[in-house]
Design a protein around this ligand. Sequence first.
Ligand code: IPM
Ligand code: MG
Length: 356
Amino acid sequence: MKLQIAVLAGDGIGPEVTQEACRVLQAVAKRYGHLLSLGHGLIGGAAIDAEGDALPFETIELCRNSRAILLGAVGGPKWSDPDATVRPEQGLLALRKTFGLFANLRPVKPDPHLRKYSPIKEEYLKDVDLLVVRELTGGIYFGDKLRDENSATDVCRYTVGEIERVLRLAGKLAMGRRRKLVSVDKANVLETSRLWRATAQRIYANEFPELEVEHILVDAAAMYLINRPADFDVMVTENMFGDILTDEASMLAGSLGMLPSASLGESEDGLAFGLYEPIHGSAPDIAGRGVANPYATILSTALMLRLSFGLEDEAAAIEAAVASAVKDGVLTPDLVRGSATPSSTVQAADAVLERL
Ligand code: IPM
Ligand code: MG
C-alpha cells in the first residue's frame, strides 16, 4: 500500500520527536512491504520565520495531497508576545479547521509498568482505559475575538450540527468499547453547554439506546478523573474542556509524553483523512537537548496506520514495541524517577525499532 504522509515537524521538540516517529514508519513500511512517501512542510513558528505565515499555502497543498498528517508541536517563547499578530498556534488551529477535523481522539490507557511513575496512587490506576473525544473545530477557540484597551471578549458558539456530529462519533466509538459514555459540559452556567446537553440527551436516547450515558459538569469531571478514573470509558466534550481535561488525564499515564492523538473529519469508507500528533506541546525548555519523549509521537503513527490506512497489524506492532521498550525500562527523563538512568530521544526510538 502507498502511505502518503505529510510531516509537519513544527517547533521546539517537534522536529526531534517527528524524526524518530518517521524512522519507525520507515521500518514498518519496509517490514510489511508498503511504499512510504513522506512530504515535509512548515507550520507554526518555523513557518512564521520562513514565510511570515503560520500555515503557508504550500503546507496546505502538501496535506491535501496526503492521506494523513503527522505533526510534532507548535509554539515557543520566541513567538509568544501577547501583542503579536501572527502566532504559531494559529497554524495548528487553521489546519484543523481547513480539513474539517472536528473530532480529536485522545486515548488514555496507562501502561502497567508506568503506574509507579504517575503522580496518582497506583491503586486508582488499575483498569484505567478511557478515550476522550474532544470537539476540535468549534467553541471558544474559533468564536469572534475582540480586544480594546480595557476589555477583551472571546465568543463561545456551537451549532446543533457541530454538536451532533461529534456526539455521534463518540457514541459509535463507545458502542465498540464498553458501551459507557460520559458527556461533559457546564450546563449549570453556559448556554452552549445547555444546548450541548439537550442535544446529547436527544441523540443518545434516539440513536444509541444501548449506551449507558451520564452527563457530568466539567468541574466534577476534573475531580472524578483523579479519584475514579477507571470508571470512565468514553468521555465526550467541547473544545476547551477537552483541551484541559486531556492534559489532566495524561498524568494518569505517567507523563504528557505518552499520549498520542488522532484528529478526524467526516469519513465515507470508515477510513478517515486524519491529523496525528502527540498531545504535548513544543516544550521549549528541553528543545534541542535530545531528551524529549518520542513515544507519544510514535504511538500517534500507530493510530494513523490504524485509522487512516486500515493497517491494524502494523499499528499493533508499533504499540507492542513501545510497550516492550517501556517494560524494559527504556524511559526518557519525563518518566524516570530516582536513581535510574534516563534514555535519550534517539535511544528510546532505537529501542522501539529493535523490538519491531
Ligand atoms: C492541544 C494544544 C493546542 C490546543 C494548542 C497548541 C493550540 O494545547 O492540542 O491540546 O489548545 O488545542
Ligand atoms: Mg492542549
